[in-house]
Write a protein that binds this ligand. Sequence first.
Ligand code: G1P
Length: 295
Amino acid sequence: MHKPVRKAVFPVAGLGTRFLPATKAIPKEMLAVVDRPLIQYAVDEAREAGIEQMIFVTGRGKTAIVEHFDMAYELETTMAARGKGMEVLEATRAVPGDIITVRQQVPMGLGHAIWCARAIVGDEPFAIFLPDELMIAHKGGTGCMKQMVEAYGEVGGNLISVLEVPEEEVSSYGVIAPGRQVSDSLTEVTGLVEKPPRAEAPSNKIISGRYILQPEVMRVLEGQEKGAGGEIQLTDAMARMIGTQPFHAVTFAGRRYDCGSKLGFVEATLALALAREDMGDEVRVMAERLLSGER
Ligand code: G1P
């Protein structure tokens, strides 16, 4: 039996400079795709996978994220009096103690952000969610982390979610060297490299922002040197775990939107709005009208 994955780390200390001025006074993780902030998509995905404790690695100006999962007394009283809309608020509120924050203080990279959560992660396997990567299940299907937790039940060890990108994009990501194919969606990982030049990339399969890692990675991160971009890289620490513990990649059966870029964000907004039962038809008509050149 593999120890269950009960905790998840969400690195949310980034400044969100790509979305300025929208992110001047609000965290980028609070930008909404249709009507849910990005961070809530990630937390909902974690809850669906059976994860109970959410650890946010935050920084200055990020309190709105924590408030989002708190009880909003004035709102709840008002909505209760009106007799509607309570479910939306209740779906966000966390059980006391299930949201924990630690501060990163200095932006030294993803590996450093994860290391900041070491005392709370303790001696357990844990998940990581990069909320910029919006992972949407197929209709009737399960979310990315739930699929990973299921794979973890079979192979244990460490898992990352991967997807294929065009070759010219590999240098923006962590890239895997794939080994033996275990099943349609599961592959062994024999190597990992962060943001390689295109010619040196071992494949076009990139790490897409979801991880299940064993706590030993924290000890590797402890003495970690700076890597790509002068930052302490999680990918480098994971690379050093290969060979000491099982390491697999899961290809998510679902859709991924890169909400760290404006284009990806617009694509996600459109796709999710079109898929919504309460507005999809109207959005389609609206989109067709706009594409036809009408205003
Ligand atoms: C991070 C990781 C990278 C991963 C990417 C996914 O990079 O370091 O391995 O592929 O997220 O979004 P970042 O986007 O923070 O530069």
